[in-house]
Design a protein around this ligand. Structure first.
Ligand SMILES: Cc1cc2nc3c(=O)[nH]c(=O)nc-3n(C[C@H](O)[C@H](O)[C@H](O)COP(=O)(O)OP(=O)(O)OC[C@H]3O[C@@H](n4cnc5c(N)ncnc54)[C@H](O)[C@@H]3O)c2cc1C
Length: 491
């Protein structure tokens, strides 16, 4: 099945919008019968990992669940496009066995064979850094220690590698002293340590931090980078292992689909894709969700997994508290781009690069070999405003070629910033946001619960965080309603 999402361009041909094969497209797009239950137990808005994990848990517990999703596919900010026999992860990709929530699911469903697309280390084996206006190729023997030392200095806020300030990475506010590090930007922290860094260390650090944040470092809260570091075992190698090395070979869409299929097999799941919810009304007895087509559905509880950057578009009745409205009005700053290219030959498969601030490209790297025997490169970059899709692809290709000679065959991407159902990528908080707003984002509003990777306590902004949140919301519903006492259907 093909989704209407994503962009694909082959050499200089016109950009193709959508029509990319994706295992996350569900057919039929709805299984709601014309006669429905009067009131569901739970409505879940959004079929990303937060919504899918909630739906699966609640269906298994015997609740009647209605899952409503605006896209034509499941997975939300993760989806896998299959193009000419190769899988391209358009959104969330890398997972690690140390991420507790996602690995529990992977192990449960048997997705335990992981893929490190560069494990064999064959190819050019160097890193290109844009230093003082031009690219320089650096061996990994030189780059590895540079980035490691730079990150250790950057994150050593307490003489103990950050361990005293964030002793429990899944409880980020445990130490009130952490707030001082929450108030500064990544750029301010770089200024604090700049004098201790060599030129190479500075450039590699800047590229890595920009790739983590998906934004300018002035807009990036330093605390979120420090949290990633703490969650990764307070080490640079940990950062690589946890956040950008291991993939599910079958692709995220298949994995997400497995969770959906389990919920469906219980017989307790009704769903509708292509259904955009615009308002949520809590009557105190039931909650009603209404779509753009004017259709409404009711349930005893509602779980919204709508991402932070678009949450303020929903009309709530009764209105949200001033604290919640304030929190929803400040977007997270993860607004970068992820762009795939297929390039001729296999030499660049072990290539990586960092180019910010001299290029819109933050970082890039080889990500395996396509069936045509070419290299799959993946880039993280800033968005270039005002370009149409064709110009954007050309511009990205030109920026990549400035970094290294390459013959580009294809460019494939999803424009997450202009996607009205996300308006951003993974969640990164701006300076001064977490201590003031995190608890408010996590709080319920009457019978409406909120679950999203965007306000997870641990791996916030990750697939792991989405599942952490979906699980939490499902458990809150169980606590509210108690386990249903329905007679099991005859076998
Ligand atoms: C480019 C990119 C790269 C990433 N890389 C990684 C990575 O390598 N590893 C990792 O762990 N994480 C990564 N992430 C982050 C990760 O994908 C997300 O944090 C996570 O998938 C979010 O899950 P979620 O369920 O909270 O939200 P979403 O996946 O955004 O799900 C919310 C769902 O709600 C739907 N929705 C929104 N509004 C409405 C409405 N009004 N009515 C009906 N439906 C609605 C949306 O369509 C969406 O399907 C990446 C994300 C991006 C974009």
């Amino acid at each position: 099945m093909a989704t209407r999402e994503g962009y694909y361009v082959r050499r200089d041909n016109p950009v193709q919008e959508g029509h990319l094969k994706c295992a996350g497209v569900i057919s039929p797009s709805s299984n709601i019968p014309s006669v429905t239950y009067d009131v569901f137990d739970v409505i879940i808005i959004g079929a990303g990992y937060a919504g899918l994990s909630s739906a699966r848990d609640l269906c298994l517990s015997g609740f009647k669940v209605l899952l409503l999703e605006a896209r034509d596919r499941l997975g939300g900010r993760t989806w896998t496009a299959e193009v000419e026999g190769h899988l391209y992860e358009m959104g969330g990709t890398w997972i690690y066995w140390g991420q507790p929530h996602v690995y529990r699911e992977m192990s449960r469903y048997g997705y335990t064979k992981l893929l490190d697309s560069n494990a064999d280390k064959v190819g050019c084996n160097y890193f290109t850094s844009w230093i003082n206006g031009k690219p320089r190729n650096i061996s990994y023997e030189e780059e590895g220690p540079a980035v490691e030392r730079a990150f250790e200095i950057f994150c050593d806020v307490d003489g103990n590698g950050g361990r005293r300030i964030i002793p429990y990475p899944h409880d980020p506010h445990f130490k009130p002293e952490a707030k001082q590090w929450e108030n500064i930007s990544a750029a301010q922290r770089i200024d604090q340590v700049r004098a201790k860094l060599s030129e190479l260390e500075l450039y590699t650090l800047q590229g890595f931090v920009a790739a983590i944040s998906g934004n300018d470092m002035n807009n990036t809260g330093f605390f979120d980078i420090l949290r990633w570091w703490a969650l990764s075992g307070y080490s640079t190698q940990g950062l690589y292992d946890y956040t950008e090395t291991y993939k599910i070979p079958e692709g995220q869409s298949r994995f997400a689909r497995t969770m959906f299929d389990e919920a469906l097999a219980t017989g307790n799941l009704k769903y509708a894709f292509d259904t955009l919810i615009t308002s949520i009304k809590d009557t105190s007895v039931t909650v009603e969700a209404t779509s753009t087509s004017g259709k409404s559905w009711s349930a005893r509880r509602l779980i919204s997994t709508i991402p932070l950057n678009i949450l303020n578009r929903i009309q709530f009745q009764p209105p949200l508290s001033p604290a919640k409205s304030a929190a929803h009005s400040i977007p997270h700053i993860g607004i970068g781009a992820k762009v795939h290219m297929e390039v001729q030959g296999t030499n660049l498969r072990t290539w990586s690069a960092a180019a910010w601030p001299d290029s819109r490209i933050f970082s890039g790297r080889g990500d395996g070999i396509t069936p045509a025997g070419n290299t799959h490169l993946v880039f993280f970059a800033g968005n270039q405003k005002g370009l149409n899709a064709q110009e954007d692809a050309r511009h990205m290709a030109a920026e990549a070629k400035k970094l290294h000679e390459m013959e580009i065959q294809k460019v494939i991407w999803h424009n997450w910033l202009e996607d009205p159902l996300s308006e951003g990528i993974w969640c990164m908080f701006p300076p001064g946001y977490s201590f003031d707003h995190l608890d408010t984002l996590r709080a319920r509003h009457g019978n409406v619960l909120f679950a999203s990777a965007d306000w997870a306590l641990g791996w916030r902004g990750f697939i792991d965080g989405a599942i952490e949140e979906g699980t939490r919301a499902a458990m809150a519903v169980v606590k509210d309603l108690g386990f249903p006492r329905r007679v099991a259907p005859a076998l």
